[in-house]
Design a protein around this ligand. Structure first.
Ligand code: ZN
Ligand code: ZN
Length: 409
C-alpha cells in the first residue's frame, strides 16, 4: 500500500445538522442526493468528530484552529486579528485588532442601523480614519466587504482585554469601551479607543459621502462599532510545524485570515464569494490544481452554515447537492488523502451552532476502509473514526501520511 502524496482537507462550514421536520426527519445531509460523497465514503473510512470536545458549541474560528492542528486554547487570540489578516492587513506583534462596522446613530446618539443600511462600500470612510494617532497609538483602518472594517491599534503598552463598543442591537447608544482587568495597559487601551471612536464619529459625520447619503435619504454611516479585540502574536507556520507546504482556497475573509495566521498561501479564485452563490466547481478545480504544487490544500466552503443560520433545511440540502456534484473530479484522484468534514453543526432547527458531532470522511492511500457507504450523520456513527477533538484529526492526517512523531522508542 502506497502513501498519499498530498492532502486535500475540505471543510464544509456548519454541515452537520439534526433531523428536520421539513425533510421528513432526515438531516439535510441525509436527505441530499450525493452520489460522489457516498462513493468516497465507500472507498474510505468515516466517523464522527467533536471539533472542540463532546457537546461543546464551537465557533468557526476556534474549530478551524483545532482542526488545522493548533490547539485553540493556546493559539486563539480573538476574532479581530483573524479578520484583519483576512483582508490583508499586515499585523505586527503586540497589535490589538478588532472587527468593526460602520453604523448609523440619530441626533440623540441612538443606534438606528448597525450596518448603515448595508452600505456597499466603506473604503472612503476607512481612508478618512486610517492613520489617526492618539497618545502615541496609531489606528490602522481598512475596509472589509460592505459595512465591515478592520481596525488595528499599534503602539506601546496596549492590552486586548477590553470590552466591545458594539451593543449588538439597535435602539441603544454605543457602549463605552471598558478595561476588563485592573492593568494599566487595559485602562490605557480602553481610554485611547474611546477617544478614537469619538473622533471617528465627528470625522464621519462631516464626511462628504455621508452628506450625499443624507441627501439621497440613505442612513448615514456616521459611527464605528468595534468588537472582538485580540492581540496579535505570530505563531509557528503550518509548514514548519507539520512539514507540509500549504495553501487555502476560501471565499470569506475569516478563513483566509486563519490561513494567513498559519502562514499558508491564500489562492484567490474567481467566483469564490464565501456565500451561497459561490462557484463551488471553480474552487474544487483550483484545489485539485493546487495539489500539483502543495502538500496540503485546505478548501473552505461556507454555504451550509448560512442556510443553517437561516433555518432553511431545503436550501441547505440543495447546497449540499451542489457541493456533491462539484466534488465529482475527486473520484479520479489516486495519490491524495481526501478529508471531508465540518467545523461544527449548524442545525436548521436551532439557527445557530450546536455541540453535536460532525461527520468525517477520510479516503485515499493508506486508509483502512470501513463498512460505511453513506456520508451522513447517522451512518457515520458506525464508522471507524471517533475524534474527540479536531486536534485528533490532524494527528490522524499526520499518521496516514507517515509524518507522525513516535512517542517513546
Ligand atoms: Zn463555521
Ligand atoms: Zn455560523
Amino acid at each position: 500500500m502506497s502513501l498519499p502524496k498530498n492532502v486535500l482537507l475540505i471543510i464544509c462550514d456548519g454541515l452537520g445538522d439534526r433531523p428536520c421536520k421539513q425533510l421528513g426527519f432526515k438531516t439535510p445531509l441525509e436527505a441530499a442526493k450525493k452520489p460522489n460523497l457516498n462513493a468516497l465514503a465507500k472507498k474510505g473510512a468515516c466517523g464522527l468528530m467533536y471539533p472542540l470536545g463532546p457537546g461543546i458549541r464551537a465557533g468557526s474560528d476556534t474549530a478551524h484552529l483545532n482542526i488545522l492542528g493548533y490547539n485553540m486554547k493556546r493559539y486563539y487570540q480573538g476574532r479581530g486579528p483573524l479578520e484583519a489578516l483576512g483582508i490583508k492587513v499586515q499585523l505586527k506583534q503586540g497589535d490589538v485588532a478588532f472587527r468593526a462596522n460602520v453604523a448609523t446613530v440619530d441626533k440623540e446618539g441612538i443606534i438606528v442601523d448597525r450596518r448603515a443600511g448595508r452600505i456597499d462600500d466603506a473604503s472612503e470612510l476607512a481612508k478618512a480614519l486610517d492613520g489617526m494617532e492618539i497618545k502615541g497609538v496609531k489606528f490602522i483602518v481598512k475596509p472589509g466587504t460592505a459595512h465591515r472594517l478592520a481596525i488595528v491599534m499599534r503602539g506601546k503598552g496596549l492590552s486586548a482585554n477590553i470590552s466591545d463598543s458594539d451593543p449588538h442591537k439597535t435602539g441603544v447608544r454605543p457602549l463605552a469601551v471598558r478595561a476588563l482587568d485592573d492593568s494599566k495597559e487595559a485602562r490605557f487601551s480602553a481610554s485611547v479607543l474611546n477617544e478614537f471612536l469619538k473622533k471617528a464619529h465627528s470625522v464621519l459625520s462631516a464626511h462628504p459621502l455621508n452628506k450625499e447619503r443624507k441627501k439621497k435619504g440613505l442612513p448615514e454611516a456616521n459611527i464605528v462599532l468595534v468588537r472582538g479585540a485580540g492581540m496579535f502574536k505570530p505563531v509557528q507556520s503550518f509548514e514548519e510545524r507539520f512539514g507540509m507546504k500549504a495553501c487555502c482556497i476560501a471565499g470569506a475573509g475569516l478563513y483566509k485570515g486563519i490561513a494567513r495566521f498559519l502562514g499558508m498561501d491564500v489562492l484567490e479564485v474567481k467566483g469564490a464569494t464565501g456565500k451561497a452563490n459561490t462557484d463551488i466547481k471553480a474552487k474544487v478545480n483550483a484545489a485539485i490544481k493546487a495539489l500539483q504544487t502543495y502538500d496540503f490544500v485546505f478548501l473552505h466552503i461556507k454555504g451550509c452554515d448560512i442556510f443553517g443560520h437561516d433555518g432553511d433545511a431545503s436550501g441547505k440540502k440543495k447546497f449540499i447537492e451542489r457541493i456533491d456534484s462539484a466534488l465529482k473530479p475527486l473520484l479520479k484522484l489516486k495519490d491524495t488523502l481526501i478529508v471531508i468534514t465540518a467545523d461544527h453543526s449548524t442545525p436548521c432547527c436551532m439557527k445557530d451552532h450546536s455541540g453535536d458531532a460532525v461527520p468525517v470522511l477520510i479516503a485515499g492511500p493508506s486508509v483502512r476502509s470501513d463498512s460505511v457507504s453513506k456520508f451522513e450523520e447517522r451512518s457515520c456513527i458506525n464508522g471507524y473514526y471517533r475524534f474527540n477533538s479536531g486536534l485528533e484529526l490532524m494527528n490522524e492526517i499526520l499518521n496516514l501520511t507517515a509524518r507522525a512523531e513516535m512517542i517513546g522508542s
